[in-house]
Design a protein around this ligand. Structure first.
Ligand SMILES: [Fe+2]
Ligand SMILES: [Fe+2]
Length: 310
């Protein structure tokens, strides 16, 4: 059994003190926006409780599916490195970037340096970060894709270009030959119609084509800040596409706070089973507990969206 944890969109706060000259163009929008809304909803307490819960239980690997920070400040990137270090050894933790990590073009250079140990393929040696990258862990291959681009103000789009989609298709075909359970990490949801236009993934069709051709056993994304299960076409049947909530979202206005996901992957005769558990604070008392259990792959699958009632 291989246990993979997914944490997403921590949007680590609080924002460091900034000089006004750093608040050029888009960053000024983001700074005001964070103080207006995210500061209240994306507090650190829920994230801290979730991480304590993750670390208290046995697991093999943690995947962080982007939006670690808010407006691409150097100090935020350095803080996020410390947070990644607190999750575990880079061997056991994988991160991919989201649109907030790439808030302005210079931020990409900074996070690719600061977060490198967590977003580099097994075979890269001292080479720079490149996407997609692959990390083989037991029966699982973790493939990290980047959709992170700097966008215009008030836009939260992502993009996968044709060369990255082509490399992904080739990599997934190779991993299929190795008989590994292929988990693809991508920040933006690749499912058609799953985001408003200004938050969409540009080139989502390229990603879906790569999966339709070479297949994957599981696709994990963030960005929408809510838990969701969808499917896209694979060569041998539908591929589950799972979105995780923002781990920092505090319970408020009668809504439960952010959660995290656990995937338990086991090899069976010639195939795999994959069971998903969602863990987060229950609205009634705020303690972290199991919110949902769902079989994603293997026999006796439950219907999508089955919830354990309180
Ligand atoms: Fe986000
Ligand atoms: Fe995002």
């Amino acid at each position: 059994m291989f246990t993979l944890v997914q944490l997403s969109d921590p949007h680590l706060g609080p924002l460091p003190a900034v000089h006004w000259h750093q608040l050029v163009s888009k960053r000024a929008f983001g700074y005001v926006n964070w103080h207006r809304s995210r500061r209240a909803a994306l507090g650190p307490r829920n994230l801290r409780h979730l991480v304590e819960d993750v670390l208290a239980a046995p697991h093999d690997h943690i995947a962080v599916t982007g939006d670690l920070i808010n407006i691409g400040l150097r100090a935020e990137i350095d803080t996020a490195r410390l947070w990644l270090d607190s999750l575990g050894d880079p061997e056991d933790v994988t991160a991919i970037p989201g649109n907030h990590d790439a808030y302005l073009p210079g931020a990409i250079r900074h996070f690719e340096h600061a977060w490198r140990p967590y977003m580099v393929g097994d075979d890269r040696g001292a080479a720079p970060v490149a996407f997609p990258f692959t990390r083989r862990r037991g029966p699982v291959a973790i493939v990290g894709v980047s959709t992170a681009i700097a966008t215009a103000p008030l836009m939260a789009t992502g993009r996968i270009d044709q060369p990255q989609a082509d490399r992904l298709e080739a990599e997934l075909a190779e991993l299929a030959d190795e008989g590994l359970f292929r988990v693809v990490l991508i920040h933006h949801p690749p499912v058609a119609g799953s985001t408003p236009w200004h938050r969409r993934l540009i080139g989502a069709d390229r990603f879906r084509k790569a999966i339709a051709k070479s297949g994957a056993e599981l696709v994990l994304h963030g960005h929408n800040h809510q838990t969701m299960v969808n499917h896209i076409a694979g060569p041998a049947g539908p591929v589950p596409v799972v979105g995780a909530a923002s781990a920092s979202l505090s319970p408020h206005h009668g809504r439960s706070g952010g959660s995290y996901l656990v995937f338990r992957i086991a090899r069976t005769e010639g195939s795999f089973t994959c069971d998903m558990e969602e863990r987060g604070p229950r609205v009634s008392h705020g303690k972290i507990e199991s919110l949902r259990n769902q079989r994603l792959a293997g026999p006796e699958g439950q219907p999508a969206g089955t919830r354990i009632q309180a």
